[in-house]
Design a protein around this ligand. Structure first.
Ligand SMILES: Nc1ncnc2c1ncn2[C@@H]1O[C@H](COP(=O)(O)OP(=O)(O)OP(=O)(O)O)[C@@H](O)[C@H]1O
Ligand SMILES: [Mg+2]
Length: 249
């Protein structure tokens, strides 16, 4: 249990005996002089999916960037497997097994599918293995291995982004707005894949403005408003708050 949770503000996320893999306790962060995260508490358990929900500008993406080592916190503690890692670089976060797919997918549009997958081999994986796994999971990527990523459909690009991330064999996957710009059917398909990965032991933190897509597969959900997590717990409980607090649900 985190110090921040000791007062019992987030009792529903507690599962004694299971140490959190990723934990934010009172995290503060901002841009220049403007603070946008005012003490964020989050707990991601091993092999579970945590959905971070909330309306525009609440601080979801900033929180994800802090977790990925892409944005330094100005206060609080970022912990990985019980160790405080404040100020960790993105490279070191990746070495710890934290991999992120940013808003907008973070693939290289002017490179082919195959060339994009090369990027995952920086952490030591063999290209053939990364390719084999990607094409087995998403056969369409195999058919398009020589196509420029930027010319593929949004869904295919998201499949590529996910395949690239998985190529690094992460322990924690951070997904920011997986559903952005995708047809509902593709979103469902992508989250089915994510659910399979979680079943296989991966820990996933998903930031979503549109809760409907991710709530059915989430183990825990957290509602973020104005730079704070105002509620966390079982998806059904958070879903009730969503519909009463704002219309994003
Ligand atoms: N690069 C930046 N420079 C200055 N302010 C920023 C920057 N990025 C985000 N912000 C501000 O920080 C606050 C939180 O933004 P953030 O992107 O984390 O929210 P979000 O919950 O991901 O929103 P959305 O649902 O629209 O993606 C907003 O007020 C935003 O304007
Ligand atoms: Mg965002």
């Amino acid at each position: 249990m985190s110090e921040a949770n000791r007062g019992g503000t987030l009792p529903q996320t507690e599962q004694p005996g299971e140490d959190p893999l990723l934990e934010l306790a009172g995290i503060r962060a901002g841009y220049g002089a403007i603070e946008v995260l005012h003490g964020v508490d989050l707990v991601l358990r091993p092999g579970s999916l945590l959905a971070l929900l909330g309306p525009n500008g609440g601080g979801k993406s900033t929180t994800m960037r802090v977790c990925a080592g892409l944005h330094p916190p100005t206060g609080g503690e970022l912990r990985f497997a019980g160790r405080t890692v404040n100020g960790v670089s993105a490279q070191d976060a990746a070495r710890l097994g934290v991999c992120s797919i940013p808003e907008g997918r973070g693939i290289f549009p002017n490179l082919t599918v195959r060339e994009n997958l090369w990027a995952a081999t920086g952490t030591g994986a063999r290209l053939e293995d990364v390719e084999d796994r990607a094409y087995a999971r998403f056969p369409v990527l195999g058919e398009r291995r020589h196509q420029l990523a930027g010319s593929m459909s949004g869904g295919e690009q998201q499949m590529l982004a996910l395949s690239r991330a998985l190529g690094t064999d992460p322990a924690v996957l951070l997904l920011d707005e997986l559903s952005m710009g995708l047809a509902p059917m593709i979103v469902t398909r992508m989250y089915e894949t994510v659910a399979e990965l979680v079943e296989g032991g991966l820990s996933v933190l998903v930031a979503e403005q549109f809760a409907r897509a991710v709530l059915p597969i989430a183990d825990t959900a957290a509602l973020m408003l104005h730079g704070r997590v105002v509620a966390a717990g079982p998806p059904a409980a958070i879903e009730d708050r969503l519909s009463s607090d704002y219309l994003g649900g």
